[in-house]
Ligand binder design. Structure first.
Ligand SMILES: [Zn+2]
Length: 462
């Protein structure tokens, strides 16, 4: 089946061969190929139209004519042939365009291809549900993270969703998953924003290389027009089952959502999801983190990593170099009035904390999840790093009462502390999972366990 690079190649080749040609007559031999308008109008309207522009949208070919846009989709086996002189249609030729100079034939063994003809200015209805072009600058990791927030669909299947990104088909979906080292069955909702950015970069690079190579010519699709795609030489996993991956492991073939899916069980091993737990002060995020631990999930807390750092001599020496002070109390006085030093210190400490989290993750990456308690998840850009961001929320009244009773704060202090934090409303919009903690501990535990099981059950089985 032709994919974006093959369609791009066909479009460019046709542009080269039939640009400026005028259609004299059209014979539709298989009427079901014409989706809009009816086949007779299709032929009549195209008469005397000149080909003046050639482009692609997703896997659709767009032909600009004098007064119309003709849109074609090749589906499984559609092919164009250009002849310089009159040629008799063969068995699977279904549309013949007689040109002022030569002929254009559309050939389709399976008859799945589709043609639409729109007057210029008319909305191109058959393209209405298409998502972004892979090379569109508006396509970002942040956008896809949000788009897939509720989608447990395997990433491989999600990449084929033309309403998300237009143009990725089976071959390139397999190659992209391999390139970014994701198990094809990894649920789309549990992919970090940074990883989505990587997926977009990888998609662009792979498709650009394939376009440069003239697409991929594989058994199921041989380009007509005398063009042979060379990209199959660059395929790492697609159609290479039982061959060796570059790492020496045998490439496996499975079916994901009915489609042949090729992957390396070693390079694309399902590693632990990295889950962040956050919430404002007094929300109960530490209690939730403890509940994760009780459920057998490895957990690490930024606050305790930070506290440990303040006991290490070399760290304190470095802090003194940055702030001129050695104790937490003195340092906080300095940075309170000096935002530049504050930023410097934060950069230094955040870096160390992240390194510690990463090494903790490496040790536990064969588990299902690793949970990290991150108080300032959304205040920093750390939310981009996690596969799943969990927000623990609680109504303000309950938080104030908790702060008064557990931290001996006055009502006024508690309110001030609360107001200094980013509001839950702002965070809700960025969180992947929200755990409400307005009720009892046993209700909370029930909801935590349910969430943990939900996440684990969505992961690919070994
Ligand atoms: Zn491998």
């Amino acid at each position: 089946m032709p994919e974006l690079p093959e369609v791009e190649t066909v479009v460019r080749t046709l542009e080269h061969k039939i640009n400026n040609r005028i259609i004299k007559e059209v014979h539709v031999l298989w009427k079901n190929l014409i989706e809009y308008p009816d086949p007779d109008s299709f032929s009549v309207l195209l008469r005397d139209q000149q080909f003046i522009g050639f482009s692609r949208r997703g896997k659709f070919l767009l032909f600009e004519l004098t007064d119309f846009i003709m849109v074609a989709h090749l589906r499984m086996e559609g092919k164009f042939y250009v002849y310089s002189e009159h040629t008799e249609p063969v068995k699977h030729t279904h549309i013949v365009f007689i040109l002022d100079n030569g002929e254009l034939h559309y050939n389709d063994v399976r008859k799945f291809g589709r043609f639409d003809l729109y007057r210029k200015g008319e909305p191109l209805k058959c393209l209405a549900s298409l998502g972004y072009e892979p090379f569109d600058d508006r396509l970002t990791g942040a956008l896809l993270k949000k788009y897939c927030r509720r989608k447990k669909t395997p990433i491989k299947t999600q990449l084929l969703d033309q309403s998300m990104i237009a143009g990725i088909g089976n071959i390139y979906a397999n190659e992209i998953c391999f390139d970014v080292k994701l198990n094809p069955e990894h649920p789309a909702c549990f992919i970090s924003e940074n990883k989505w950015d990587e997926i977009i970069q990888s998609t662009r690079r792979i498709l650009a290389e394939a376009i440069k190579a003239g697409g991929t010519t594989i058994r199921s699709y041989t380009s007509s027009l005398g063009v042979t795609g060379l990209f199959q030489q660059n395929l790492h996993v697609h159609s290479r089952n039982d061959e060796l991956c570059q790492c020496g492991t045998v490439i496996k073939k499975v079916f994901v959502n009915g489609r042949g899916t090729y992957f390396c069980p070693r390079c694309q091993k399902q590693n632990a999801l990295m889950v962040a737990i956050t919430g404002k002060i007094g929300s109960g995020k530490s209690t939730v983190t403890e509940m994760f631990e009780e459920a057998g999930i490895p957990v690490i807390s930024c606050d305790s990593v930070n506290a440990d750092l303040w006991h290490q001599a070399e760290v304190i020496n470095e802090i003194e170099k940055i702030t001129g002070k050695r104790t937490k109390k003195e340092v906080s006085t300095v940075i309170y009035s000096d935002p530049v030093t504050k930023k410097k210190l934060e950069n230094y400490l955040h870096d160390l904390i992240w390194k510690k989290i990463e090494s903790y993750y490496q040790v536990n990456k064969n588990e299902k999840l690793v949970a990290v308690e991150v108080p300032l998840l959304f205040e920093t850009d750390w939310y981009r790093r996690f596969d799943c961001n969990i927000l623990v929320t609680c109504n303000d009244r309950t938080v104030i009462e908790r702060l008064k009773s557990t931290r001996n704060m006055s009502e006024e202090n508690a309110i001030t502390v609360l107001n200094n934090q980013l509001s839950d409303d702002a965070k809700r919009d960025m969180a992947d999972v929200i755990i409400e903690n307005d009720s009892t501990v046993s209700k909370l535990k029930e909801s935590v366990n349910r969430r943990v099981n939900d996440i684990i059950n969505s992961l690919p089985k070994d």
